[in-house]
Design a protein around this ligand. Sequence first.
Ligand code: ZN
Ligand code: ZN
Length: 257
Amino acid sequence: MASNQPTHTVKGYTYSVWLRYLELTSIASFMSLTLISVTLLVRQTAEAPPAGLGWIIAGGFLAALLFADFASGFVHWAADNWGAPTWPVLGSAFIRPFREHHTDAEDITRHDFVELNGNNCLVSLPTFWMAFAFELTPGWRLFQGVFWICLAWWVLGTNQFHAWAHSPKLAWPVRWLQRTRLILSREHHDVHHEFPHNRNYCITTGWMNPLLRGVRFFELLEWGLERVTGVQPMHRQLSGARLEGKDPWPIDGVEVA
Ligand SMILES: [Zn+2]
Ligand SMILES: [Zn+2]
């Protein structure tokens, strides 16, 4: 559809100026809420310090990392396999970017910080409310705060780690983090980019991928969804099209120039 809405251009990449404003506002809100939440949590904890403070903080940090990795895989799997890029809101915000990424994997490295991270800042904003949502004992209250604040930051890190897994040039600390598998490594993520893109969906650290594969998590979900909706997941449609000798990409609903 032709559009005469104002657009913003960054690194030769053009998109709606309203989306740019939304991304900038989301990042500013995310940073402000982090500062406020951490200050509140420190003050709360200082008033009634729980036993095992270090363990609680480490536990919240790690649980948030595992959950963020799982959530990245779940959202990625859903956007790759269900719905259409033409759907309102969800289509343009999630489905199209994930599917275009299969046909132009390096495009993600051409986005600037705002475009790369604005979306994840926006979806993470409710976690700052969750960090203080329930009245709990001092130990659980600290865990609640650390878990949700860390979760917001791991979600923010996800797109950045994913972009680094495709970047040809990286600073040595990032290469070290990838080599030690503390963040998503290129080798691990390359498996997802093998046709038909149905493995290693998790893109924060990738730690949850072997576990989810072991329990056949996505296969079971696909089996259930296919029975209910009668629609095959996109990776099966792509494989089927290629088996019939057709170009699989037009049915993905995304055309890349
Ligand atoms: Zn994908
Ligand atoms: Zn990728």
